[in-house]
Structure formats: structure tokens, C-alpha cells
Design a protein around this ligand. Sequence first.
Ligand code: ZN
Length: 449
Amino acid sequence: MSEELILNRIESNREEYIEFFRELIKTKSYNPPGNEKNVALKIEEFLKKSNIKCDIFPFGDNRANLIAYLNDQFEGKNLLYNGHMDVVPPGNVDDWKYPPLSATIKRKKFIYGRGTADMKGGVAAMAIALKILKDLEIELSGNLIFNAVADEETGGKFGTGWCLENVLESIKCDFAIVGETSNYKPLSHAIVLGEKGRVQLKIITKGISGHASVPFLGKNAIYMMSDLMQNLDKLDDLMPKIKPPISLEKLKTLLRASFPNQESFERVYKEQPLLANVSKALTQFTKIVTMIKAGIKENVIPDHCEAIMDFRLLPGQTKEMVLDALRQLITDIGYEVKDEPTGHPDEYFFYLEVEGAGKPSYWSDWENSEDLKIFYDIVEKCYNKKPFYFLLPASADVSYLRNTNYCKNSIIFGPGVGTTAHSVDEYVEIEDFINAIKVYTLYAYNFLK
Ligand SMILES: [Zn+2]
């Protein structure tokens, strides 16, 4: 009975929900610099109309985290919904067909704008789910906690990290959903059980400068970097051997769930390189050079070269493992690694600096969870399509929930196509957004009743 009540409520309030979502898109929160407080105030205004208790925790320059509660009881089951309010900057605004802050609706089907997929759609849908449960005054024995955070796009330390350490740690959590986009169109939605970690390193080679006409005299910093790049694959053997959380074969079996039959799965897997490439990335340690700069003049042997390398870790691998393996590799190819970036003009060496890092995480016993099965069924019912269990090649805030042992039972599920996140003309399908509201509300109702 209550389920029907919930679904009817969502259908009859569609326009109001879409407008609230658009309001969040129009509210600027590019990170850097952040300005997430603008979004937090809009959410508070929306939830206050239903007398929902909302705490805003401001920090820095116009930044904030927000935590809202369905009720003030925490002894029963607690369900946590987490979503980030910051979005990545739009890049060149002229490249956008529809301005990034416009929240333009097209053909009554799509909403365009920065953050539509990543992830103001998820944030709006979670806030709406909380409001629906409060407005309908459904008797529930547990509590729904909604945590809208800052700082996700720059590592999450001041967002989810801060909230866990300072507010949520005293509240036990039985299940958590992070509302990042998990729509793998043209496949169905994924329910994400783990993510890879990342380490971004700045690698500096210090060479010896000299006149380009007598190249035997100097030590070319670009050639030093090139030596490392050409040998980068040897890093795989220097990293401790770790099995992927889910093997490639098993991943394919999980993917297969969203296809009508084995044949169509095999065909799509073969024809769409994206699927095979993502699956491959999910089952191994990866590395890639993403930036490089060197040289000061046409006729000067460069004595300084900087490269950024991006490493993605499997659960069980750490930043320290990457640094150790890289130091070993540089030594193996005949160079010294120094602990400081400066040295005598006649010295040549490598220097490593960590630019950014995020830990991998994985919910290892997901297959034994009844709660997860219920979630799966609700997604299937709302989207009228079977979802599939999967992993994420990028890192996300959910790693804080798992790695601090706050809540191992954490998943990612949200509206929006993952490949449009961070891109120009980011968009979400309105129906996907509405269905996400249904999933979040029905699941909270089922979990807490
Ligand atoms: Zn995101």
C-alpha cells in the first residue's frame, strides 16, 4: 500500500522535483574553488518546507557540508545516502551547445548542464526521497541520513572524509548508497561494489644543461624521462602480485545479466571496445603518462623535465607500493632517485612527488547480502530492466565509507550516463532522474520499515 502511495506521489510531483533539480544545476559550485555552500542552502530551503532537520557545516571560503535526518532516532537501522555538491569546471563555455548553468530541457526528455550526471541528479533525487518519506508520514523504525558533501572532485578529505570523522562516526550505519552516475547506457544501470584507487605522481628529471651543438657534454633531462617511459611496463613485475577483486571472467558473467541472452552479450562485448576496455582496466594495475613539459630554448640541452603519471590501483595495492616499485625501476635503468628536487649543476637524478591519491575499496562479501538483493529487485522494478553488479575504474568518495570501516556495505548507484560526466554538454535523461527518486525512496522505505 505504502509503495503505491510513494510511486503516486512521485508521479504527481514530477514538475516540482525537476524544478528543484534544475535549481541545483543553476547554482554555481565549480570545484576548484568549490562554493558548495550555495547548493547546501538551496537543499536546506527545500527540505525545511517539510520540517526536516538540516545541519550545515561551513568551512573555507563559501564551502559547506550538509547532513539531514528523517527523524531523531538512531537506535534502529540507519541508512546513509551520500552525494557530492561540487562539480568540475565547465572548461571553455563556448564549446557548450547549452550553457553549463542553464539546465536547458530538450524535447521534454533531457536536461543539459554541468553536474546533471555528476552528480546533482543523484543529490537532488536523494533529498527528494527524504522529503517524500517525511511528507507521507510513513511509520518507519529506522532513520535515513542524507549527507550532501563538498570537495569530492578534489579528493573528498574536507567533504565525506570530514563528515565521517566529525559528525557521523557516532551514528552506526547499516547500509550506504553513494549517488554517483551508474547508468551504462546502452546497457542498464550498474550497482557498483568497488572502485580502483589512484596515485598521481609528478616525476622530475634533473639533467645537465649545455650547448645543443655539443650534445655529448650535457645530460638531456628529456632523454632521461624517455628512458623511464619506455620501461614503464616493467613496473607491473615490480608491484606486489594482487588478484583483482573480481576476475575478468566473473565480470563478464555479471555484465551478462543486463543482456537478453548470451549471444547478444558476446556480440556487443566484441563490437563495443568500451566494454572490453573498461573490464580490462578493472582487473589490472594501470599506468599512463598524462602531462609533460621540458626545455627552455631551441639550442639549449634541457636540464629539467617534469611529467605527470597516473596510476590506478586494485584493492590491496597502495600508494607506497607504487613509489617503491618506481624507485626500483629507476635504479634498475641506471639512475639515482633523490629525496629533494634540487642538486649541484653537475648532478643528474630523478625526484618523485605525490600530486594526488585516493584509496581503492571493495565490498568483499556482497554476494551474501540480503539487503543488496532487495536493492537489485527495486532497481529492476523501477527501471523495468535488470541492473548488473560491477566495479568502477575511477575512485570515488565511497572508499571513505569502506576504508574507515564505517560502512563496508556501501554501493554506488545513481542517475546519469557515466561517460557524459566531466564532458561538454553533460546531460541526464529526465526519466532516469525520476526513476532514481523511485529507487531511493522505495529502498529507504523497505530498508527502514
Ligand atoms: Zn562524481
